[in-house]
Design a protein around this ligand. Sequence first.
Ligand code: AHG
Ligand code: MN
Ligand code: MN
Length: 365
Amino acid sequence: MTTRRRFTLTQYLIEQRRRFPSASGDFNALVLDVALACKAIARSVAFGELTGVLGNPLMDVATSVNVQGEDQKRLDVISNEYFTQMTEWGGHLAGMASEEMDEPYQIPETLQRGKYLLVFDPLDGSSNIDVNVTVGSIFSILRAPQEAIDSGRDVVEADFLQPGTEQLAAGYALYGPTTMLVLTVGNGVAGFTLDPNLGQFMLTHPNLAVPEDTQEFAINASNSRFWEAPIKRYVDECLAGKTGPRGKDFNMRWIASMVAEAHRILMRGGVFMYPRDTKDVTKPGRLRLLYEANPVGMIIEQAGGRASTGREPMLKVTPDALHQRIGLVFGSKNEVERIERYHAERPVFEDERNPLFVERSLFRD
Ligand code: AHG
Ligand code: MN
Ligand code: MN
C-alpha cells in the first residue's frame, strides 16, 4: 500500500488564513483548541462503560436536568467541561455559551480574554450514548461586540443574540465508526477524519457539496398528529411514492442525533425536518437556534444546501434568547425550497387551530 499525502487540519487552517494576510492567528488557534476538546470527547465516548461514563451524573437517577428541562447524561457534563477547559486558556475568547449551561460562561479573570464567542452543543444526540449510536459535538464562532472586546467585561446574553449570517465559522465533530470534524470558515465545507495513530484530523473530504435533489427524508413521524399542514402535505406526498404527486419513491431515516443526520445529508443529500409543531405550544420547535440550527445551517448552506424555519432562511433569524428553540428544515436545496413553498401557500399558523379548518371540517383543504 502506498502512503498518501494528506493535509492536516492545522495545514488547512494555515492555507485558509492566507486569504486574510492581516489575521493574527488567534482564530486558527481557537479552532485547534476546539478540535482538541473534540478529540478528548471522542476518547471518552470510545471507552464507554469501561470508564463508567455512561448514564446520568448522579447514580443513574434522573435528578440532573439542564436548562432545557432535559436529563443530563454524565457524558453531557464531561463534554461540556472539555470544551470550557480546553478553549478558555488560549486568550482568544471573550466568553462561551453552551446547551449545558444556563448562563454565559465567563473566562476566569486570571486568564486573558479575546475577541471571539464560542457557542456549542457539547454532545448532540446524547440519548443515543447508552445504545452505542453515533453522537457528536456542534459549535459556532461569533465575534464579540467591539465594546466588550475593548473593555474585557463579562459577557452577557445579548452579546450572543446575533443572526446566523454573523457566524465566522461553524463545525461539528462526529463520534461514529470514525471520528470526523466537519468545518466551514465561510469558504466551503471541509471534512477531516481523525487518524487514531497520529491523533490528527486529516483532510479527507475537501469541498463537501449537498446534492440539490434527493429521495430521502428524516423526521420523527411519531409527532405527525402535531405537524402543521405544510409538513403533513410534504411528508404525505413523499410517502405516496411513485403513484403520488412526486412520481418517485422516497426512503426515510431517523437517527435521533441531528448531527449524524446532517452528516448523512452532507454526504449523499436528503432533507431533515424538526419543524415547529403543536405538541407543546410553549416550545416553538425542538432544536436550539444558537448551537444546533445556526451552525448546521451555515455548514449546509456553505455546501450548497439550504436551511430554513420553513418560513424564512434560518441564518436570517435574529435570536431572542440564548436557549431559544426553533423549527428547523435543512438539506437538499430543491426539497427545502419546496417545503418553504408549501408554507408560503398556507402561511397562517393560527388557522390550524381554528375548528373550521380541522380534519373532517367542511373547509379543510
Ligand atoms: P441533544 O442530545 O443535544 O439534547 O439533542 C437531541 C436532539 C437532536 O439531536 C435529535 O435530532 C433530536 O433531539 C431527537 O429528537 P426525538 O427525541 O424527537 O427523536
Ligand atoms: Mn443537541
Ligand atoms: Mn446536547
